[in-house]
Ligand binder design. Structure first.
Ligand SMILES: C[S@@+](CC[C@H](N)C(=O)[O-])C[C@H]1O[C@@H](n2cnc3c(N)ncnc32)[C@H](O)[C@@H]1O
Length: 304
């Protein structure tokens, strides 16, 4: 017998129906639910559902999400094992993304941010769409993820990077600099300040006879050098376009705080959901492919 429990997600500001104990991850916030007394607060809810992201977006309240990360359809025209990508036809790209971007802006909180990952096939069209929807002044960065994978072109420069467009909803947005400093110290800094770094984790600067202590780590640059997951990597889950947790966690750490709500509307194998659970962020996401939801739920279960 299905056990019906209603939860109010405290920070999601949203009502979700927990259809049964057995299907506990399969929350469908699109269901019309009646409020009852038997409510409880989810400490770290991860809402994942199967379906078209436009429907999920339309069902979400205004300004209910702190950050959006989406590893979108890149417009390769390819039939991946797991899903069919869009063709690199501008009108197709625009008609797919425009209504979704409008909804994404609506659900984002005033101090929220959005990260959209793609490659050079469509990033120029997406940038224009994003300018139209979020505003040119809210464009913050074009981040570049540099990776090393097998396979090289012999007729042109080999493509070994993705582009991540980072926009805020307004001028006031969260950016946790200290959480994303680059954890590599230049050789000369290391040599010069090794004692201070070992003792204080900081390096001193003298100004007007006073000593100021600063982090030895640089603020993050707009290119990110993280390895793509090799086939044999323990994080690999079999989804063809899986991204490394390390990459997505940088965006989550930079643009949210513990307890905030992160959304991913092109969830794939659930990398963003897993990162959020590990970093104590609330999560809401969906994918149109049931296999993606299956893998995501299994990964979420494995996070203690
Ligand atoms: C590039 S993959 C995401 C991969 C993911 N970042 C990971 O680490 O596994 C894009 C995903 O978007 C999903 N998708 C495509 N169109 C969608 C739609 N209209 N609504 C929801 N999901 C969609 C595809 O099924 C695919 O899993």
């Amino acid at each position: 017998m299905a056990v019906k429990i209603l939860y109010i997600g405290s920070r999601l500001g949203e009502v979700a129906e927990h259809k049964s104990q057995i299907e506990k991850q399969k929350l469908n916030i699109m269901d019309k639910v009646e409020l009852k007394d038997e409510t409880a607060i989810l400490p770290n809810p991860c809402y994942v559902q199967c379906g078209d992201n436009l429907e999920l977006l339309k069902s979400q309240p205004n300004e209910s999400v702190n950050m959006i990360y989406c590893d979108i359809l890149y417009g390769t025209g390819r039939n991946f094992d797991d899903y069919q990508d869009l063709k690199p036809i501008r009108s197709d790209i625009e008609s797919h993304y425009l209504p979704r971007l409008i909804e994404m802006k609506r659900v984002l909180k005033q101090n929220g941010s959005i990260y959209l990952q793609m490659d050079t096939r469509i990033n120029h069209w997406m940038r224009i769409l994003m300018d139209d929807v979020f505003g040119y002044d809210n464009f913050q960065n074009e981040l570049v993820w540099v990776y090393r994978t097998q396979g090289f072109s012999k007729t042109k420069w080999s493509e070994k990077h993705d582009v991540i467009l980072f926009y805020s909803k307004s001028k006031e947005f969260i950016f946790n600099l200290e959480a994303v400093r680059e954890k590599e110290i230049g050789e000369s800094t290391q040599k010069r300040w090794h004692k201070e770094i070992a003792e204080h984790g900081m390096i001193p600067t003298k100004k007007n006879g006073k000593i100021y202590w600063n982090s030895p780590y640089s603020p993050p640059r707009d290119w990110i050098n993280i390895n793509a997951l090799p086939q044999a990597h323990s994080e690999r889950n079999g989804y063809s376009t899986q991204k490394p947790k390390e990459l997505i966690s940088r965006f989550v750490l930079a643009s949210t705080n513990k307890g905030d709500v992160v959304a991913d509307y092109y969830l794939g194998s659930g990398t963003t959901a897993v990162v959020c659970k590990e970093l104590n962020r609330n999560f809401i996401g969906c994918d149109i492919n049931p296999k993606a939801i299956e893998i995501t739920n299994a990964r979420l279960e494995a996070v203690s």
